[in-house]
Design a protein around this ligand. Structure first.
Ligand code: NI
Length: 147
């Protein structure tokens, strides 16, 4: 377990699309363990692998006491709208309001490759959407209202 360096806005890596995870192996487990350490060391509530420099479709979240690792997440249902202020460990000294779905359903795999689904509302939905955007090379600051 180790705290890795967080990639910051301005680094082109954050604009790249992450690749699907095929190998649910020790490297993935190590990556996820390091992501937890890195996220907590920076007081974050979510983190995508690209933020520690790895272009793989893996995210972690810790929202409303739900801690989860989502590998190859796919949001397959959204409902409603919600506007709240967001921040990001890769975007320093900046917060802004972003419109997200109020409710989402996402399917993903765990670190062993087993599929599962999460239904989330409000902040849980927001956090998952924010992290899934990272996998597409999108930052919340690209979506801020009235910038
Ligand atoms: Ni972020």
């Amino acid at each position: 377990m180790a705290v890795r360096k967080v990639v910051k806005r301005g680094d082109e890596l954050l604009k790249k699309k992450s690749k699907k995870v095929h190998d649910f192996d020790e490297n993935l487990a190590q990556l996820l363990d390091d992501m937890w350490d890195t996220m907590y060391a920076n007081d974050g509530m979510g983190l995508a692998a690209v933020q520690v420099g790895v272009l793989r479709r893996a995210i972690i979240i810790d929202v409303n006491n739900l801690k989860a690792e989502l590998i190859n997440p796919e949001i397959f249902y959204t409902k409603g709208e919600d506007i709240e202020e967001e921040g990001c460990l890769s975007v320093e000294n900046f917060h802004g309001k972003v419109k997200r779905p109020y409710k989402i359903m996402v399917r993903a795999q765990d670190r062993y490759g087993y599929p599962f689904e999460i239904t989330g509302e409000k902040w849980l939905a927001r956090c998952i959407c924010h992290e899934c955007d990272h996998l597409e090379g999108i930052l919340f600051s690209d979506k801020v209202l009235n910038k």
